[in-house]
Design a binder for this molecule. Structure first.
Ligand SMILES: [Mg+2]
Length: 180
């Protein structure tokens, strides 16, 4: 995966949104952190493994599509790359360099439910003054955990993630053009 390329694409998308929505000079970090937590929740919802009350706990990775040009949609991967968008936007807002975005596939401990709970916790810690960790430390913990989750628990390859990011980045530009 060429994370530097994705980071540049995210910066371009963010700049477009800031320009077209008149947001220059506004602190968008609180909204972006909440957006990341929401997307992590949407991702958990497509994973489904925590729904002990349901007979259907399988991940939504092959859902028949109607009008998307492909026979199936991978909803888990789609939500996963929504999270990638907000991770990269937060990295930009924290002033991180692309070299800070090296993907380390650390071994993940614990159940996937527990990993997701910790991930959402660390994402929230990015913006919390009373978090025991600095914003950048919280970011790094969440970012590393997120990519390890994708590879070890969801069995996504970095190539798959990159391709899905490129698709969704395009959709997000189209949405801006269409007044989303
Ligand atoms: Mg989403």
């Amino acid at each position: 995966m060429n994370i530097a390329k994705l980071y540049e694409m995210q910066k371009t998308l963010d700049a477009r949104i800031i320009e077209e929505k008149g947001l220059r000079g506004k602190d968008l970090l609180p909204n972006t952190i909440l957006a990341l937590q929401v997307e992590l929740g949407e991702m958990a919802n497509e994973w489904r493994g925590f729904k002990h009350w349901s007979n259907d706990q399988g991940p939504r990775v092959k859902v028949p599509a109607t009008a998307w040009g492909t026979p199936y949609r991978n909803l888990l991967l789609e939500e996963y790359v929504d999270c990638v968008h907000f991770f990269l936007s937060i990295a930009r807002q924290l002033g991180l360099d692309e070299t800070d975005l090296t993907i380390i596939d650390d071994y993940l401990e614990g159940s996937t439910t527990n990993v997701l709970t910790r991930l959402i916790y660390h994402a929230g810690g990015i913006g919390m003054e009373y978090s025991p960790y600095s914003s950048i430390t919280s970011f790094r913990m969440a970012f590393n955990m997120f990519f390890a989750l994708g590879q070890q628990r969801f069995n996504f390859t970095l190539e798959q993630i990159e391709a899905a990011y490129l698709d969704k980045n395009k959709v997000n530009h189209e949405r801006q053009a269409n007044g989303y």
